[in-house]
Design a protein. Structure first.
Length: 294
């Protein structure tokens, strides 16, 4: 497994300069940096080349995450919106292929954050999303990208809330590039058993996010990391483990993630916390389960 972290741990804006974090994560002991596709919406060829070159120079793998806007909703009943979403992902996937990025994950079958002031048609949106994800996932496969559908908690999404639902969805899409994505923060809210959720995803698991129950870095909350690591090994998961901690108030990131209290009183400790956390995860996830059982 490779261990990574999402750039937004340090940032308050989704479209911030992310290239500068490649060297940082390498120095902190990570293998992977996850960037936001928001960065790729208005990026020049020169900037793409610089991002690709920096990752190669540092020996860092890049993955991509995204929370689509309402205008990029593959589940939309508005045919113009769905068409726009397909065109958007087609362009993004071609950029990911150029950047040698082989994983995109997120609520990339719907939109985020969901506007719950509007009526919810889960059955209808599910069917439309399956149809349109099938189209996009075929393009992803041609680009060598795993299209990973993130299971979200009920407050952020409604189509996929559990691993069981995600497996069913992926089976209906029936395209090899379409994968399940799990995130421990969301699993902690929705799943009866986090371990069973991982086992349910099995070989369909294409991407895995980690974060504490309070969205801090692993090791600063109550998650059963030893059991989680054991379950990942049981299903033979050998891809990226990406931390997605959110601790900073303010800006687009803090507002969208709903960080209403300061989870990092001393920002000078951000780097050290990340460094300690990735070392902790490597240790716990690689050792015999019995050594770390609670």
């Amino acid at each position: 497994m490779k261990y990574g972290i999402y750039f937004a741990y340090w940032e308050k804006q989704w479209g911030a300069d992310q290239k500068k974090y490649i060297e940082k994560v390498k120095s902190l002991g990570f293998d992977t940096l996850e960037i936001s596709c928001a960065l790729l919406k208005n990026i020049s060829k020169t900037e793409l080349d610089d991002l690709k070159s920096e990752a190669k120079a540092q020996g860092v793998t890049l993955t991509a995450g995204y929370g689509p806007s309402a205008s990029e909703n593959l589940a939309s009943a508005d045919e113009n919106v769905a068409k726009n979403a397909i065109n958007f992902y087609t362009d993004i996937l071609k950029q990911l292929e150029y950047l040698d990025i082989h994983t995109i994950g997120g609520g990339i079958y719907s939109y985020w954050p969901v506007d719950y002031s509007k009526p919810i048609d889960k059955a209808g949106d599910w069917a439309r999303s399956v149809k349109n994800v099938r189209t996009v996932a075929k393009i992803a496969g041609e680009c060598g990208v795993d299209y990973c559908l993130e299971v979200l908690n009920r407050f952020e999404g409604y189509i996929l809330n559990t691993a069981k639902e995600a497996v069913q969805f992926v089976e209906e899409v029936d395209v090899p590039a379409a994968k399940v994505m799990l995130d421990t923060f969301h699993m902690n809210i929705e799943e009866d058993s986090m371990i069973d959720a991982i086992l349910t995803a099995g070989d369909k698991l294409g991407h895995f996010h980690v974060g504490e129950n309070n969205r801090r870095v692993p090791g600063k909350g109550t998650m059963p990391w030893a059991e989680i690591g054991h379950a990942l090994r049981r299903v033979g998961y050998d891809k990226n483990i990406v931390m997605e901690p959110f601790v900073l108030m303010g800006g687009e990131v803090g507002n969208d993630i709903k960080i209403w209290r300061n989870l990092c009183p001393d920002e000078s400790k951000l780097d050290q916390d990340a460094k300690n956390s990735v070392a902790y995860l490597r240790h716990v996830f690689s050792g015999p389960y019995s050594d770390y059982s609670l």
